[in-house]
Ligand binder design. Structure first.
Ligand SMILES: [Mg+2]
Length: 246
C-alpha cells in the first residue's frame, strides 16, 4: 500500500459506492473464469446496497452477463466492459460489434495458442489479451494488439494488470460513473470509487470532480485516488465494517 495514502474512512449512508470487481472485490485468478466469490461477500453487498438506498454499483471490465453470474442471485446496478454496457431499466445496452473483430479474434487465438497460459477473451465489442498465466506472451501479444488496431478504426488499446484490451474509443469507467451519478438513486450522493487498475484512474478523477474520492487497492503509483487499501481481502473487511455504520 502506498505509504502516503491513508485507509479510507468508514462508509456513510450518503455515499454512492462504485466498486470494481477483479483485483478489488475478488482476488485475481490465473484465468478470469476461475475467480472465487465468497457467499459472505454476496451477503455484504446485498445489505450495503439496501442501506445505501440502492446507490451501490459494480463498474467492471467484465460483461454484465458475467457480473450477474458471479454475484447471483444479485442483479446490482452495473456498468460492464468499462462502461460500454450499462444496466438501464433492467435492459442491457451495448454498442455494435465491428465485423473486422472476428478476424482479429481468430488471429489472437492462434497466437495465444503458442503460449500455454495465455488467454484471449471475447468481450463482444472488445477483445482482451491476457498473459497473467504466461509472462512470455506479453511482448508478442502487445505487438499483435498494436498491429490489429490498423483493422479497427475507432479502437484503442487499454492496458491493465497483465492484460491489454482492444476496445472502442469513447467509453471508460469515469464516463460510466458520471452517467450513473446523473440518475437516481446515485444522484446527489457523495461518489466513492474503489478500484485497483489503470482503468480505474478515469473513475478516481471523475468522483474527485464530483465531490467524492477514490480508494486504490494495492500499491500502484501514481494515482488520483485519495485513500488506499492493501488488497481485496482488506476491501471486503472494510465493506463488512461499513455494515454497522451505513
Ligand atoms: Mg480491477
Amino acid at each position: 500500500m502506498p505509504a502516503h495514502l491513508p485507509a479510507p474512512p468508514a462508509i456513510t449512508p450518503d455515499w454512492a459506492l462504485f466498486l470494481d470487481v477483479d483485483g478489488t472485490l475478488l482476488d485475481f485468478a490465473d484465468a478470469p473464469g476461475d475467480v472465487l466469490v465468497q457467499p459472505e461477500l454476496i451477503d455484504v453487498l446485498a445489505v450495503l446496497h439496501g442501506r445505501l438506498d440502492g446507490a451501490l454499483a459494480l463498474v467492471s471490465g467484465r460483461t454484465l452477463v458475467q457480473l450477474d453470474e458471479l454475484f447471483a442471485p444479485l442483479h446490482l446496478p452495473a456498468a460492464g466492459l468499462h462502461g460500454l454496457e450499462r444496466r438501464d431499466d433492467g435492459h442491457i445496452s451495448r454498442d455494435a460489434r465491428p465485423p473486422a473483430l472476428d478476424g482479429v479474434l481468430a488471429a489472437a487465438r492462434s497466437l495465444a495458442a503458442k503460449f500455454p497460459g495465455a488467454r484471449i477473451e471475447d468481450k463482444g465489442v472488445a477483445v482482451a489479451l491476457h498473459w497473467r498465466g504466461a509472462p512470455a506472451a506479453e511482448e508478442p501479444l502487445r505487438e499483435f494488439a498494436s498491429s490489429a488496431l490498423i483493422d479497427l478504426p475507432g479502437y484503442h488499446l487499454q492496458p491493465g494488470n497483465n492484460v491489454l484490451e482492444l476496445r472502442p474509443d469513447g467509453a471508460h469507467k469515469g464516463e460510466a460513473v458520471v452517467d450513473l451519478l446523473a440518475l437516481p438513486p446515485f444522484k446527489g450522493r457523495r461518489p466513492v470509487f474503489v478500484g485497483d487498475d489503470l482503468t480505474d484512474e478515469h473513475a478516481f478523477t471523475a468522483v474527485a470532480s464530483h465531490g467524492g474520492f477514490g480508494v486504490l487497492v494495492g500499491p500502484r503509483q501514481p494515482t488520483a485516488a485519495r485513500y488506499a487499501l492493501h488488497d481485496p481481502a482488506a476491501v471486503r473487511a472494510w465493506l463488512e465494517e461499513g455494515l454497522s455504520l451505513a
